[in-house]
Design a binder for this molecule. Structure first.
Ligand SMILES: Nc1ncnc2c1ncn2[C@@H]1O[C@H](COP(=O)(O)OP(=O)(O)OP(=O)(O)O)[C@@H](O)[C@H]1O
Ligand SMILES: [Mg+2]
Length: 373
């Protein structure tokens, strides 16, 4: 298996910059996911890695060897595309073994590897079928089987689950994760599904407009987003962004939003070390900013206006089964909060909310940079 290193890799298509100065090292056996909105450069990164596209600049190394000039067939990489690209007239067995046959591998060795991959993917009973006789998830596994039998240094997977229905996606993402844990591959995985990125990856790379916004473990990028883009991209329902004016008063930072003022104590709290971010970066917390708070970090209460809470009104409740999503209104400001399924308030109810100070973020109103990191 192998390490992949990108040094200042860029890609331009005419006047379009698809990728700008990508600097990233994917370690041996690591599962790294590229995530971001449509057109942000995910497939371009994969295609450059596979050698299907040449970078406009920069250096790409695999296992310490510069591969810019190495043709795709010699990079020892297996790629699974969004469209499975199976041969319709060949059986599952022939599809999985096709790459090996082209390499003139011994027939018995091919059969052995096909059997191994099919057993691993739980499709050993389907080897004599044609792709049209399979479900989407089964076809997906055939495409994966074809990649696995090659025993490559690197796996590249471009939205491999996007053609599946929601339930199968969730099931397959767990299966895929277990599979790659077992075969210990270096995996570069592309998705625009943040749940896949969060659940499968050792590290996540969040991209926007060809530029990497942040690289980190799923929990790092979720809890400590570099900027408002990363903060807004991860999480469902998404983070609330409330424009505010920041000032200091005694041992508090005051966030003055349109319809409320929220005081944030400047304290070092050993129980919630994330709160120290606010204390340590208090010098930056001045003037116009955006307050960021996730829906799960807001507490709702119907108690009579306890001091310090923000009075709001419930506009809409979405029952998700395991939780309720409350769309509430604080003056002109719309806020989303979540609560347990057994906590219900009818639309129109007056409610007070409290923000979890340990989970607050403030973003620069102009650049979007997180001012509390
Ligand atoms: N062959 C090409 N010629 C011109 N522009 C291209 C070409 N391939 C990609 N682009 C542009 O480069 C940018 C990045 O494309 P890319 O396919 O990498 O996006 P993506 O992140 O994979 O998006 P999606 O989630 O929609 O698959 C887009 O603006 C796209 O229009
Ligand atoms: Mg793509």
């Amino acid at each position: 298996m192998a390490q992949i290193q990108y040094k200042n890799i860029s890609k331009r298509f005419g006047s379009v910059t698809a990728l700008e100065a990508l600097n990233l090292t994917i370690e041996d056996k690591e599962f790294v996911t590229l995530v971001g909105p449509s057109g942000c450069g995910k497939s371009t990164t994969l295609n450059i890695t596979a050698g299907l596209e040449d970078p406009s600049g920069g250096e790409l190394s695999i296992d310490g060897r510069l591969v810019n000039a190495v043709p795709p067939g010699e990079r020892d990489i297996a790629m699974v595309f969004q469209s499975y690209a199976l041969y319709p007239h060949k059986t599952v067995r022939e599809n999985i073994g096709f790459g090996l046959k082209m390499r003139k591998m011994d027939k018995r060795e091919i059969e052995k590897r096909v059997q191994e991959a099919a057993t691993l993917l739980d499709i050993a009973n389907l080897l004599d079928r044609k792709p049209r006789e399979l479900s989407g998830g089964q076809r997906q596994r055939v495409a994966l089987g074809r990649a696995i039998t090659r025993n490559p240094k690197v796996f590249l997977l471009d939205e491999p689950l996007s053609n599946l229905d929601a339930k199968l996606r969730v099931q397959m993402r767990a299966e895929l994760k277990l599979l790659f844990d077992r075969i210990q591959g270096t995996v570069l995985y592309v998705t625009h599904d943040q749940a896949e990125a969060m659940t499968m990856s050792d590290r996540v790379v969040i991209m926007n407009h060809g530029v990497v916004q942040q690289v980190g473990t799923p929990l790092e990028v979720y809890n400590l987003p570099n900027n408002d883009f990363v903060a807004g991209f991860l999480g469902s329902p998404g983070m609330n962004f409330l424009p505010c004016q920041l000032s200091h008063q005694g041992d508090h930072v005051l966030a003055q939003a349109e319809s409320f003022t929220w005081p944030v104590p400047l304290v070092a709290d050993a129980a919630t070390p994330t709160a120290a971010r606010i204390l340590n970066n208090r010098g930056q917390l001045q003037g116009k900013a955006i307050l960021g708070i996730r829906p799960e970090d807001i507490t709702l209460t119907v108690a009579d206006n306890p001091s310090g809470n923000i009075p709001c009104q419930v506009t809409l409740v979405e029952h998700m089964g395991a939780q309720n999503i409350f769309i509430i209104q604080a003056g002109k400001q719309r806020i989303t909060a979540t609560a347990d399924a057994d906590f219900y308030l009818a639309p129109g109810t007056n409610v007070n909310i409290r923000l979890n100070n340990a989970k607050l973020h403030f973003f620069d109103g102009q650049t979007g940079k997180n001012l509390t990191l």
